[in-house]
Design a protein. Structure first.
Length: 447
């Protein structure tokens, strides 16, 4: 009898591979100033606390543009811009320092909350800020002096890493200090990118107003690899200033995030994510579910086909157990899988095994066994890919024929060049192991 599992139990179990995968990893989170005035901010704080308790090393980089703008407005200061960057004169600088300082205190206060009956109860987060960022002036461009606007010069990665190891969350404001003791106003998005690169972060997460990048049907593009990413960025460049806007209705700040994500990935940050700050739980969904919630930018596909190792045994078991329980696949014990894992090929998607198969050679013939694709990922040629991989391996081993025993996938194999055989086609030693109760059909394919 199949037991009924409550959805949250299932969700918790499904997320456990991610919990293991993210532990001790370094994530840099970019939170623009608008995040702090949004009603979802409290939920984001709780999710940050949760990541911290799961052992993720977190660096938060906050922006403060709307907060600075409101100070400027209050003091009737008209700020000048050049090439979309703020020119920070003396009066603006006072507003920057006031706005950033106040916002930092507010963020620290929020992260220190611990009311009973709130998700923050018992979290006791240590938040550390300090003079970790060295800056230099942006200087003069096209004859325009940016004054106190600066750019990142270096990051004190040693001190930051020590604090992260100690379980603290690092909070960085868009401010840097120069060796001459001056204070510079930095672009927070660029700062987050620079810090992620300096720390060789595992993930750089940009919170934005969009749910990542959308396709023409308004669906989120879950993954962008270099070719598509560059195409998007270039297409936006050629539409800049055009009345029709950019393709995919990309906002300028999303394009900036994509450009920076590209730089970060090329400089060694494993993955960048664009997620929404307005969507409750977007961070958790992106980190702990297979398909995420926003757009992931990475330098190579996060799906890979390769030979299995002993570390994959747990994932293979998770994939094939339900099929064994239904009698579709023959039951294999963990011990057997551990001994025979080098005969397996797996498809890994973002750390999860979503497909597997195995090849057992017998005197010139090879048995293809245990072919499975996770039900959520079927009908996308993964089975075909695994079959082709086994055929290639079999040829390399000098085998001339593949055979398979199947109870429910006869047609799948027939459609891929296998022909019905019988017991006589099996190698003698395999024939001895034939299970008459299962009564599987035999299919063969010449290589
Ligand atoms: C067979 C299996 C591996 C195919 O995986 P997949 O990744 O979906 O494979 P592909 O995407 O390459 O092929 C999908 C096609 O095969 C068809 N197909 C899937 N299972 C089938 C089956 N049991 N019989 C006939 N056709 C099948 C699909 O309808 C689809 O065809 P379509 O594109 O014309 O609609 C998967 O269905 C599975 O894990 N089955 C349970 C395990 C099993 O039976 N293994 C074989 C014994 S070792």
């Amino acid at each position: 009898m199949k037991l009924k599992t409550k959805p949250y139990v299932e969700w918790f179990r499904d997320s456990s591979p991610y919990i293991n995968a993210h532990r001790q990893k370094t994530f840099v989170l970019y939170l623009g100033g608008e995040v702090f005035t949004h009603s979802n901010f409290e939920n984001i704080v709780s999710d940050i606390a949760l990541l911290n308790s799961l052992g993720v090393r977190l660096v938060l980089v906050h922006g403060a543009t709307p907060q600075i703008d409101s100070y400027l407005e209050k003091h009737n200061i008209n700020c000048r811009y050049h090439n979309d960057a703020r020119i920070t004169d003396d009066d603006t600088q006072i507003c920057v320092e006031d706005a950033v300082g106040r916002l930092r205190l507010q963020i620290e206060a929020r992260l220190s909350m611990g009311l009973i009956n709130s998700p923050m109860h018992g979290a006791e987060i240590k938040v550390i800020s300090g003079n970790f960022i060295k800056a230099k002036p942006l200087g003069i461009h096209d004859g325009v002096d940016y004054l106190h606007s600066g750019e990142l010069r270096s990051v004190d990665t040693i001190t930051i890493s020590k604090q992260l190891e100690d379980g603290a969350i690092i909070l960085l404001s868009p401010i840097g200090y120069s060796l001459t003791g001056e204070i510079f106003n930095l672009c927070s998005m660029e700062l987050a990118t620079g810090v992620a690169i300096a720390l060789s972060a595992d993930k750089l997460i940009y919170f934005g107003s969009n749910r990542g990048v959308l396709n023409e049907n308004e669906q989120v593009i879950s993954e962008l690899q270099p070719t598509d990413l560059h195409r998007l960025i270039e297409a936006h460049g050629s539409h800049e200033g055009s009345p029709n806007g950019s393709p995919n209705g990309l906002r300028a700040d999303t394009v900036k995030q994509l450009r920076l994500a590209d730089t970060a990935c090329q400089a060694g940050v494993s993955r960048c994510h664009l997620i929404s700050f307005a969507e409750d739980g977007a961070l958790l969904e992106e980190m702990f579910t297979r398909d995420g919630s926003g757009t992931q930018v990475c330098m190579e596909s996060y799906e890979q086909i390769r030979s299995a190792t002993v570390e994959d045994v747990g994932g293979i078991i998770e994939l094939i157990r339900p099929l064994e329980e239904k009698g579709i696949l023959v039951r294999r014990s963990r011990e057997l899988l551990e001994t025979e894992v080098d005969r397996f090929t797996v498809i890994i998607r973002d750390g999860m095994i979503v497909g597997c198969t195995s090849l057992y050679p017998y005197n010139g013939k090879g048995e293809l066994a245990c072919l499975a694709t996770h039900p959520d990922y079927r009908n996308s040629d993964r089975g075909e890919l695994l079959l082709r991989s086994v055929e290639r391996d079999a040829k390399e081993l000098g085998l001339t024929e593949l055979f398979v025993l199947t109870t429910q996938s006869a047609h799948w194999f027939k459609e891929r060049g296998f022909v019905a055989g019988d017991l006589a086609d099996l190698p003698a030693e395999r024939k001895l192991l034939y299970n008459f109760q299962r009564n599987s059909s035999v299919f063969c394919k010449r290589l």
